[in-house]
Design a protein around this ligand. Structure first.
Ligand code: CP
Length: 317
């Protein structure tokens, strides 16, 4: 199924055009939290209702969508899936229809199964907006947007950047959304590094270069994007956590191989001592907390745009 009939929803960054992407980042800049000042807020979404439906765990995405909607004056419904009628077998479509009958205007949905978001968007049509908050291993578009905002704040010209993505790329929806956005924004070079069995089988077709040698992948890079190593995925591999850190973990010594002003991103939650050393996670080149702060601003921009100006979301030709 294509995304051709999902206009007005945000399911992926794969087909978002460059001007739209940049304009969402510009809009998010207005909603950045300033130290020592109250959080930006308005009533632009007064009268709208946003429902958070998370069928997988989340801290950052769920909390930031809730704060984003509240700071725009919307009503927010956080459905606790574990105690909802989903446990009695109610389908996602029936749950959505039930909430539509109560006047929900936007559904923020995280689901482990590929295709559920598209199914929902097709089912709901123009009756409400669907926003992908993390889908299987394929898409996490608002994470991609907040990562682009964070990079742009430090390094505004994507055409000059070398970005290295490290870790479990195979299972990472964050990596896929980031690669789509970086490609659209015209990044100069993309490098990929990770254990062989945690790289996608089609990595050779991705827009970048696979580096078997982690040190070569880091050399001179402007941006390091680390990914969460998922314990459940490593069970099947021959690479225990300790060995992973030795092979691919980012220590201060490894970080020193990158450009002197390189920044380090991680979508969280972090496994300290596995993919990242404490000294890097909490060091001056880490922008990991800034990513979290930017997540609220980006989600404010996304909610406001989709609910008030959906025609502003344009696709690539
Ligand atoms: N980055 C991210 O999606 O974090 P959560 O799983 O906590 O939402």
């Amino acid at each position: 199924m294509t995304h051709s009939d999902t206009t007005g929803h945000l399911l992926t960054l794969a087909d978002m055009d460059r001007a739209t992407l940049s304009s969402l980042l510009d809009q998010a800049e207005h909603y950045i939290l300033q130290t020592g000042k109250p959080a930006p807020r308005n009533n632009h979404l007064a009268g709208f209702t946003v429902a958070n439906l998370f069928y997988e765990p989340s801290t950052r995405t769920r909390a930031s969508f809730e704060l984003a909607a509240k700071r725009l004056g919307a009503d927010v419904l956080n459905l606790d899936v574990d105690t909802s009628s989903a446990v009695k077998g109610e389908t996602v479509l029936d749950t959505v229809d039930t909430l539509l009958a109560m006047g929900v205007n936007a559904f923020v949905v995280r689901h482990r199964d590929e295709g559920v978001l598209e199914l929902l968007a097709n089912h709901i049509g123009a009756r409400a907006v669907v926003i992908n908050a993390g889908e299987g291993t394929s898409n996490h578009p608002t994470q991609g947007l907040l990562d682009m905002l964070t990079i742009r704040q430090h390094k505004p010209d994507f055409a000059e950047l070398t970005v290295t993505i490290i870790g479990d790329i195979k299972h990472s929806r964050v990596a896929r959304s980031d690669v789509q956005a970086l490609h659209t924004l015209g990044v100069k070079a993309l490098r990929f590094a990770g254990p062989d069995n945690l790289l996608p089988t089609d990595i050779e077709n991705w827009p970048g270069e696979r580096n078997a040698d982690i040190d070569a992948a880091l050399k001179g890079a402007d941006v390091l994007m680390l990914l969460r190593i998922q314990k459940e995925r490593l069970v099947d591999t021959s690479l225990p956590f300790d060995d992973y850190f030795k092979a691919f973990g980012i220590s201060p010594a490894r970080l020193a191989l990158a450009a002197p002003d390189a920044i380090v991103l991680h979508p969280g939650p972090m496994n300290r001592g596995v993919e990242i050393d404490d000294a890097v996670a909490d060091g001056p080149q880490s922008v990991i907390r800034k990513q979290v702060a930017n997540g609220v601003a980006v989600r404010m921009a996304v909610l406001e745009t989709l609910l008030k100006k959906p025609q502003a979301i344009k696709r690539q030709d």
